[in-house]
Design a protein around this ligand. Structure first.
Ligand code: TEU
Ligand code: CA
Length: 560
């Protein structure tokens, strides 16, 4: 396996709007980030991924871009950004930016031109279609609900938007669009950044003819994944992007690849043929969804988590590379979702940290994860900001009380604002995030959960993460070792071996709120055991062959 800096890295993800406000307007900004770089350095992350900071009317918090080469006013100026890059590099950290090539804002000059008339030279830069029988051109549902088409009176046609109606999809079939995007990407790379996280990349190819999706239940709009996600032909676009742009730089690229499975992933991340270094898959994020998608909330099962993660771990071994994450700005907080944010809060947050940091692949830590930030339950819909959750709420509002109750349940479980409440820096006013009024309220638990406290307590979740990051740096086996699942059928314990030549690591995780009996498989022979890290006190004379794990206990042994 080839050694690469991005395989050995630990990434810290920043959602700028919610990270740190420097000028009291209630919105996180670039100077705020600069003021906290030493904190990230102290944690030990050596790559920062920063969510979009480009000019945007903020319908989807920066994922609706109106100027790809401008900085969003409320975040600062290009000078601030340049200072940020410089200060990041001075600390020996790398910076990857978010790249959003599937759509622009409807306020982007390209779209304004495109919308202006049917014969405008940029008309074909987006998907414009006439209505069908007085209705939308097809029955596709937007990923953010409602129709994926928006009617525009001016030219009496509809435009396609897979996300919000302020995010019209670019037409990648048009070579001028691709060229314009490549120029923009090159422009950023020439500024000296170290790579990109590529947003919603599996959506850039649409099914030929934009046909209706199968509609068994006769719904007005239907999810149309099989028409717009990971479609045949997409790899041609990605190869071109790679050859014309990415290949010319020593950068790290991670594609956000909803709808890709381990088998199909090699087209994306094969060591030689792949178009990206790694991708974010969604298979583990789907484990608490039923057949009807994200808002069909069901309990997740450990056996499924093992199956999914193992297929990726084994499937990519020596062929490609994994990007591992348990939460991000689109997902609930992992301790609330896969752990227990009440009774076994500390234990389960650390257990999940152990899991994330000991898998094969590059780990991504989302801001606040390192101090165990949790989901939030605001009581009024006025406290929510996310366009997706608001759409869900309003769609259900029309259907009456019972539906509203359901909507609340879904928003509490899966709403994206769970991860977007301000970073909790201390127990002071607004958790130290802002001296003004925050754009979204602070999670009321900031007095118990905050950075100051986590830094001061030596057994904190923060220090545990820090130690795990250190271990990854000290033992190559964590990065390059293979992965082998053991105790496959155990329904409480998730355990695996990581091995590299003579180095072997045993990871034991109790994913349940009950004690669990661990029995070492007979075929695992070793002469010496040493405990590298654990989230509970382990007595030094404990036998490794058989012992009882506490709820959510995690242990990592080195075996020789
Ligand atoms: O997300 C795209 C995506 O496929 C999902 O993460 C989706 O937004 C989510 O499942 C909805 O519940 C990316 C960004 O990460 C997200 O923040 C943006 O809203 C979206 O693209 C549009 O740019
Ligand atoms: Ca600000």
């Amino acid at each position: 396996m080839q050694k690469q800096w991005w395989k050995e890295s630990v990434v810290y993800q920043i959602y700028p709007r919610s990270f740190k406000d420097s000028n009291k307007d209630g919105i996180g900004d670039l100077q705020g980030i600069i003021s906290k770089l030493d904190y990230i350095k102290d944690l030990g992350a050596n790559v920062i991924w920063i969510c979009p900071v480009y000019s945007s009317p903020n319908d989807d918090n920066g994922y609706d871009i109106s100027d790809y080469t401008g900085i969003m006013d409320v975040f600062g100026t290009m000078e601030d950004w340049e200072q940020l890059l410089k200060e990041i590099h001075q600390r020996d950290i790398k910076l990857i930016m978010d790249l959003v090539p599937n759509h622009t804002s409807d306020e982007h000059p390209w779209f304004i031109e495109s919308r202006s008339s049917k014969d405008n030279s940029k008309r074909d830069w987006y998907y414009w279609r006439p209505g069908k029988d007085g209705k939308e051109p097809n029955n596709w549902e937007s990923i953010f609900l409602g129709s994926a088409w928006q009617y525009d009176e001016l030219t009496d046609e509809y435009y396609l938007h897979l996300f919000s109606k302020k995010q019209p999809d670019l037409n990648w079939e048009n070579p001028e669009v691709r060229e314009a995007l490549y120029n923009m990407i090159t422009w950023w790379l020439n500024k000296g950044i170290d790579g990109f996280r590529i947003d919603a990349i599996t959506f850039i190819k649409k099914k030929e003819g934009l046909p209706d999706a199968p509609n068994l239940l006769g719904a007005r709009y239907v999810p149309a994944w099989d028409c717009h996600r990971n479609q045949p032909g997409i790899q041609n676009f990605l190869s071109e992007l790679k050859e014309k742009v990415f290949d010319k730089y020593d950068i790290m690229t991670v594609g956000e690849a909803d709808g890709v499975n381990p088998e199909g992933s090699l087209l994306y991340v094969d060591e030689t043929e792949g178009k990206f270094n790694m991708i974010f898959h969604f298979e583990h994020m789907g484990l608490d969804s039923g057949p009807n998608g994200k808002w069909d909330v069901v309990p997740w099962q450990l056996k499924d988590l093992k199956k999914v993660m193992t297929r990726w771990q084994v499937g990519l071994h020596e062929k490609g590379w994994n990007a591992n994450y348990l939460e991000n700005h689109d997902q609930p907080r992992s301790v609330s979702r896969f752990g227990d944010d009440k009774k076994y809060y500390q234990e389960s947050a650390k257990m999940l940290a152990t899991f994330l940091m000991t898998l094969q692949g590059t780990p991504y830590i989302y801001q606040g994860q390192e101090i165990g930030m949790t989901n939030v339950r605001f009581e009024s819909i006025d406290d929510y900001r996310d366009v997706e959750s608001l759409n869900l709420y309003h769609e259900n509002e029309e259907k009456g009380n019972e539906s509203i109750q359901k909507a609340w349940e879904y928003i509490y479980a899966k709403g994206r604002d769970n991860a977007r409440t301000p970073m909790q820096w201390n127990d002071q006013f607004n958790a130290g995030f802002t001296d003004g009024t925050p754009w979204i309220s602070v999670n009321p638990n900031y007095k118990e959960i905050n950075v100051d406290k986590s830094l001061n307590e030596k057994d904190s979740i923060f220090h545990y993460y820090k130690k795990l990051i250190q271990l990854r740096k000290e033992h190559e086996v964590f990065v390059y070792g293979d992965y082998r699942l053991i105790l496959e059928d155990d329904d409480q314990i998730y355990a695996y071996m990581r091995s590299l030549e003579k180095e072997a690591i045993l990871v034991i995780l109790n994913f349940s709120e009950k004690p669990a009996d661990f029995v070492l498989p007979k075929d695992l022979s070793y002469t010496n055991q040493s405990l590298l890290i654990a989230n509970k006190k382990v007595s030094s004379n404990e036998e490794l062959n058989m012992f009882a794990l506490h709820p959510y206990e995690a242990r990592v042994y080195k075996l020789t």
